[in-house]
Design a protein around this ligand. Structure first.
Ligand SMILES: Cc1ncc(COP(=O)(O)O)c(C=O)c1O
Length: 376
């Protein structure tokens, strides 16, 4: 393709996006006076002095980068420390750290599935798990959201193939919880494996923020593998896979996004470790997020969510964008999700609750939300 046809193609793509009201734009969030109800720093730890100090101490001790892939010379003792403490917290025998949650999800699916595996995937799982399915080149059956009977039918019809069931414990955009007990019963009965993404649950759901798998007594089960991110409740950057020692060893040997990627940066590992220790000492932070989420849910007239994420369906993408712009005019940042990020084609506002927001801040946010957001 020569340069002019390339530029023409880019312009056509942009015009198509604009025409459908789907153009995305980057906007800095570090603006004085802006109230953030869109981000995922649920416990307010990204700027907590103890967490920032953890990042600084790790940078001073180990350097600003890991310097190599984990299998070359990029494994540092802070990785071991982080993996051990995170596994113990979430109730799993072992953990493996990745440079992002995205990498953790790509890895777990690519390494645990192959072209002979059946993957049964909820329609609303995160893009990183979908991309993991593509990397694995497995057969995928997408089931309607939280439809356990559809998962059962897919598993029952698979013959002798190995099977993985993919779910998020709290869904990132819809904010609802997966039917974990039923899914876990099903994988046990069908000799399958449940891969559950705890990205929006760890730090927010379960006892002291230990996640929904722990809440259901499923953490540590050999047929349950969890993934998590360090970039949301833990205020840092990075990802985790939590499972048995055998799963960890398999991923170290087979997961391409782990093997061919530089190890998690020490400041991110140090920050996440510090955040975990803050949460262990203050388990009430998780309750505080859910309490604040209930206040916001009441303000916009939707049901109280399972964790920090509230989903407000809107009539269309333009209405969603207008509501976000109206909120921004009041210095309130809320999330806007439109197709193709929403698999059911419904445009939504996504609001997130945070442990550190005071009653006064919440009352102000609720007042603005009542003005600019009206759920259909
Ligand atoms: C459900 C879910 N899984 C995984 C990820 C990826 O995590 P990270 O941002 O650490 O790459 C996200 C992030 O948006 C997410 O929402």
């Amino acid at each position: 393709m020569n340069e002019s046809s390339f530029q023409h193609w880019l312009a056509e793509q942009a015009a198509d996006r604009d025409g459908r009201g789907l153009t995305r734009r980057l906007a800095p969030a570090d603006v004085a006076g802006l109230l953030d109800l869109a981000g995922n720093d649920y416990l307010g730890l990204a700027r907590d002095p103890r967490v920032v100090a953890g990042a600084i101490a790790a940078a001073q001790r180990y350097g600003s980068g890991a310097g190599a892939s984990r299998l070359v010379s990029g494994t540092l003792s802070i990785h071991d420390e982080l993996e051990r403490e995170m596994a113990a917290f979430a109730g799993f025998p072992a953990a493996l750290a990745f440079s992002t949650g995205y990498h953790a999800n790509l890895s777990v699916v690519q390494a645990l599935a192959d072209p002979d595996t059946l993957i049964v995937s909820d329609a609303h799982i995160h893009a990183s798990l979908i991309d993991g399915c593509r990397l694995a080149r497995a057969t995928v059956i997408v089931t309607p959201h939280n439809d356990v009977a559809a998962v059962e039918r897919a598993l029952a019809g698979r013959g002798r193939r190995r099977a993985l069931v993919l779910a998020e414990t709290i869904y990132s955009v819809l904010g609802d919880a997966a039917p974990l007990a039923e899914l876990a019963d099903l994988v046990a009965a069908q000799d399958a494996v449940l891969i559950a993404d705890e990205a929006h649950a760890l730090g927010v759901g379960g006892p002291g923020g230990r996640g929904l798998l722990a809440a259901h007594g499923l953490a540590g089960r050999p047929d349950v593998v969890a993934t998590a991110t360090l970039s949301k409740s833990f205020g840092a950057q990075g990802g985790l896979v939590l499972g048995s020692a055998a799963v960890r060893e398999h991923l170290v040997n087979r997961a391409r996004p782990f093997i061919y990627d530089t190890g998690l940066a020490p400041p991110a590992a140090g920050a996440a470790l510090a955040a975990l220790r803050v949460l262990r000492d203050a388990p009430e932070l998780a309750d505080q997020v859910r309490r604040n989420a209930a206040v916001l849910a009441d303000a916009v007239g939707v049901g109280r969510p399972a964790g920090a994420v509230l989903s407000v369906p809107m009539p269309g993408p333009r209405e969603a964008v207008s509501a976000c712009a109206a909120a921004a005019a009041h210095d309130l940042r809320i999330g806007c999700f439109r197709p193709p990020s929403t698999p059911d084609g419904v445009s939504r506002l996504r609001l997130t609750a945070h442990a550190h927001h005071s009653d006064e801040t919440l009352a102000m946010a609720a007042k603005i939300l009542r003005l600019v957001v009206t759920a259909p």
